[in-house]
Design a protein around this ligand. Structure first.
Ligand SMILES: [Fe+2]
Length: 209
């Protein structure tokens, strides 16, 4: 569904478009300090805004694109650590992921519990659990752009003994990433493999309770 049709269905119409844009901008990043470093050490991963489209209670899943939406295939992998260094991988961490489709629209464009929606309204959302070595991986399509934000994934990570981390992961090849002061460790250099799928690594460092 294109944006115009989507707004019409919401009963907002064209007049409401600026309001929607304002809401979208509210999902912007915090005032992160650009540390100018490499992926070697940014310390504990910085938090970012939850945004207006977090839906709780989604399913455990490895391919978020449950409705076969069009877009570039992407595979994100990484490791969850329990310290600023790489000495303590966290097993059984729950990583909830959600992101916009190829056209910059979330499914649903809303929040609350998943039970408030029809299954057909839910996609590009779900959670992954880290293995014994703290590794995670998921597939999806590359998030699209929407006004006011660089391309991004939303993460919400919960693990026993650690503070809940709400953050976002960004794309090195998106020139608008530099519009926000994002430290280098959350900017992933996704590369296309021989089959045309984007692949990248996003490690996260949690903070103990
Ligand atoms: Fe977002």
């Amino acid at each position: 569904m294109d944006r115009k049709k989507f707004l019409k269905n919401l009963g907002l119409g064209v007049v409401a478009a600026p309001i929607v844009s304002t809401t979208l901008i509210s999902c912007s990043s915090n005032d992160n300090i650009n540390e100018g470093g490499t992926t070697a050490n940014c310390g504990v991963t910085k938090s970012d805004m939850l945004g207006p489209y977090y839906v709780s209670g989604t399913s455990k899943i490895t391919n978020l694109n449950t409705q076969n939406l069009s877009g570039d295939k992407i595979v994100v992998s990484g490791k969850i650590y329990g310290t600023a260094d790489k000495n303590s991988p966290v097993a059984n961490a729950m990583i909830e992921v959600w992101h916009a489709d190829n056209g910059g629209i979330y499914h649903p464009v809303g929040d609350g519990n998943v039970s408030n929606y029809q299954p057909s309204q839910i996609t590009l959302r779900g959670f992954i659990v880290t293995d014994a070595q703290g590794n995670y991986t998921f597939e999806s399509i590359r998030p699209g752009l929407y006004p006011g934000r660089p391309r991004h994934f939303h993460y919400r990570i919960t693990a026993n003994g650690y503070k809940i981390l709400v953050t976002q992961i960004y794309f090195k090849d998106d020139p608008t990433t530099s519009n926000e002061n994002i430290e280098s460790c959350r900017i992933v250099d996704f590369q296309k493999d021989s089959k045309g799928a984007y692949k990248g690594n996003a490690d996260i460092h949690l903070q103990k309770n």
